[in-house]
Design a protein around this ligand. Structure first.
Ligand code: GUN
Ligand code: ZN
Length: 429
């Protein structure tokens, strides 16, 4: 058995949701902290001096004044869009047709799918992200490629075959029956294996017929512990299109609800233009909304109402939405969330941003008891942040009076240069 690992540095963990409790009462910060890892889990946290005395045989890694916290959790991405991130000038529907669908067509080639899956997991680990919920493409082989790559890295990930049986190129289309059969086979093959979870994945209602939505609703009903991920109310034109495709539906959410695709294990990406009925139903079933701020600015979608939705006690996760999002970095994503909050007159505290990128996202995935925090019993997924990673950040951080002022320049201006180390499942990457 591997030796215990004792990591020393500044440490940050959360004891409550800082949107609902004061900052001091929801965070635990130690300037001389320590985290003990054993067998892929965190077994203890505490003061460095005490922990060193209690565990004299552990291997020590001293990170000095770097900040140790839970690895970032990205609650909505499209790993197959890695190679076409930052594609210029289109809004959602044109962006899908011009850039996204042609790229996703390439994933019928298992070698290409494996290449991009590995590239994506390497890039995101370099940015401090340890878990993500990713859309694959419509090809089952893209799901196999992603799970295989994550399994080899010992990583906790979620993905699912993206189902589409209309309004996409032929090379990406399945049928209601094949979407059901392929999703079921992949679910049975991968769900619960090691740290892998399957998510039933209708792309969004414009690319699924009612028959397909209904088939996937039936699959979810038979496998209720699986997550279900999709998109909801991202752009005004999209919402108009949905209404024309589903004239009998009360609103966008109803195109899912009517087919058994609304539930507590549902993840609804974007959710910018929610009507009152939609908010009420999402709250009643305790579904999760996933905020994708760099995507919402990059594709020109709109301003997510974080303050209003959190005040209404909704479950919210944070995500890059790579490659509609313009970055692989959850630091950059927190910065964009802050900026959108500012544009709505509701700036978020650094603790709230860091909570969203770890605990909040983990809770949105119903994994808040396993990942997203630095505490005994949690899986050993950690990021180590240099709070002075560039001259610009360093000169600002020296003025800081507390940890929040010290970390905020890294949130706003940091990138992969701020990532000193990443631990995944107890192994240093
Ligand atoms: N809506 C449907 N598919 C997508 C996608 O791939 N990216 C984004 N941002 N929105 C979508
Ligand atoms: Zn998306």
């Amino acid at each position: 058995m591997d030796n215990d690992q004792l990591l020393l540095g500044q440490t940050l963990s959360f004891s409550a949701d800082p949107f609902h409790h004061d900052i001091a009462g929801s965070t635990d910060f130690l300037t001389d902290g320590a985290v003990l890892l054993r067998g892929g889990h965190i077994v203890a946290t505490g003061q460095a001096q005490n922990m060193r005395a209690a565990h004299p045989d552990a291997d020590i890694t001293n990170y000095g004044d770097a900040l140790l916290m839970a690895g970032f959790v990205d609650a909505h991405v499209h790993f197959p869009q890695t190679a076409m991130i930052a594609s210029w000038g289109k809004r959602l529907i044109d962006w899908l047709n011009s850039y996204t669908f042609p790229e996703e067509m390439r994933f019928d080639d298992p070698a290409y799918a494996a290449d991009i899956a590995g590239r994506y997991l390497d890039l995101t680990a370099a940015h401090g992200t340890t878990t993500m919920a990713s859309f694959a493409t419509s090809h089952p082989t893209s799901v196999d490629a992603f799970f295989t790559a994550a399994q080899a890295r010992g990583q906790r990930v979620i993905t699912g075959k993206t189902c589409m049986d209309r309004n996409a190129p032929d090379g990406l289309l399945d049928t209601a029956q094949s979407a059901y059969d392929d999703s079921k086979a992949l679910l049975e093959k991968w769900h619960g294996v090691d740290r892998l979870s399957y998510a039933i994945t209708p792309r969004f209602s414009p690319t699924s017929t009612p028959e397909q939505l209904s088939a996937l609703g039936a699959l979810w009903a038979g496998n209720p512990d699986c997550l279900m991920q999709t998109h909801l109310s991202e752009q005004v034109d999209e919402i108009e299109w949905v209404k024309s495709l589903f004239p009998k539906s009360r609103d966008y959410l109803d195109t899912y609800e009517a087919f058994g695709l609304l539930g507590e294990n549902g993840l609804y990406g974007h959710a910018i233009y929610l009507e009152d009925r939609e908010k009420r139903r999402l709250k009643e079933v305790n579904a999760a909304l996933i905020h994708c701020p760099t995507s919402n600015t990059f594709i020109g979608s709109g301003l997510f109402d974080m303050a209003g939705l959190k005040a209404a006690n909704m479950r919210v996760g944070l995500a890059t939405d790579t490659g509609g999002g313009s970055s692989f970095s959850m630091l950059r994503t927190m910065a964009a969330a802050y900026e959108i909050g500012q544009l709505r007159g509701t700036p978020m505290h650094a603790a709230q941003l860091l909570w969203l990128a770890t605990c909040g996202s983990a809770q949105s995935l119903h994994m808040g008891d396993k990942i997203g925090n630095l505490a005994a019993g949690y899986e050993a997924d950690l990021v180590v942040l240099d709070l002075a990673s560039t001259p610009a950040i360093a000169q600002r951080a020296t003025r800081a009076n507390d940890i929040w002022e010290a970390v905020f320049p890294t949130i706003m201006m940091g990138d992969d240069r701020a990532i000193v180390d990443v631990w995944i499942g107890g192994n240093r990457r």
